[in-house]
Design a protein around this ligand. Sequence first.
Ligand SMILES: Nc1ncnc2c1ncn2[C@@H]1O[C@H](COP(=O)(O)OP(=O)(O)OP(=O)(O)O)[C@@H](O)[C@H]1O
Length: 317
Amino acid sequence: MIHARGLTRTFKVRRESVEAVRGIDLDVEPGRLVAFLGPNGAGKSTTLRMLTSFLPPTSGRATVAGHDVVADPAAVRARIGYVGQKNSAGENFRVRDELVTQGRCYGLTRAEAGRRADEVLDLLDLTPLARRKPGTLSGGQRRRLDIAMGMVHRPDLLFLDEPSTGLDPQSRNNIWEHILRLREEHGTTLFLTTHYLDEADSMAERVVVIDHGRIIADGTAERLKSDLAGDQITVSVAAEDVPRASGIAARIGEVSSDETAVRVRVPRADAALPDLLRALEDAGVKALTAESSRPTLDDVFLALTGRSLRESGQEAA
Ligand SMILES: Nc1ncnc2c1ncn2[C@@H]1O[C@H](COP(=O)(O)OP(=O)(O)OP(=O)(O)O)[C@@H](O)[C@H]1O
């Protein structure tokens, strides 16, 4: 559904050039749900704009929904939907009329556009709001309307740029229910960016991480976490035992410590924790408490770049 090779984009700002995207290779199979993650300025929106044919690449090639984004942008746009960060519906018409107008823009007849508008209203639970003006909708309802606008022409592939940003937790969950429903009922391929690492972790079957215009990780969230970050074991010990405990823990993984606790990263804590406790006991070090925790996608980013994705995002925001 998406095939990109060596995709780059450089912007000229006065005499400087900004290399926003520096050579992306990407293949996405039909029906997948892919989350595209990265800190502010990493190149996510620029990549999305190239894949949706709105921005020509500086070099490289991409075929999206079977068509080349440079040679045949009209064919790409006819087969994809794009839900950007800004609202896509206007303020003048009622919700259903906005959808019908959108359908007409995609070349549907008035009757087809009406039928399709009713279908997407139903799909996104907007039917009771069909006669309202977009400006009167809540943030979550408005976002559902944006998604409906991107779906009117029945695209095989939907790009969503931060679909849940700025919504309260309940509306975020609701948006996700609808996104997952699109996929289940229509097999739509979904490629979305998000700042919410927990969403990418629990919802997407594939996570692609971009930093400084390059893809630095690509896989299932589970795979990335176990391969790149690993579980963390934390054992608290008496202050005088910290150096010895650190030495023992260093045999099984990368160690950090403070005055009363030793932390070690291991591929699987359930396998490593009993062995570590036994080794400490054999050395006469008493473990006061011991616990293990699964890594997050932020730990993956930290392991790859030495920076926290959360902090990188906030710094640049
Ligand atoms: N039109 C433009 N002109 C000049 N520089 C640009 C332009 N668009 C993007 N950039 C620069 O390209 C880099 C990548 O920007 P991009 O918007 O793709 O990042 P992003 O990952 O989508 O960030 P965010 O999470 O903040 O939306 C940034 O350094 C940005 O300032």
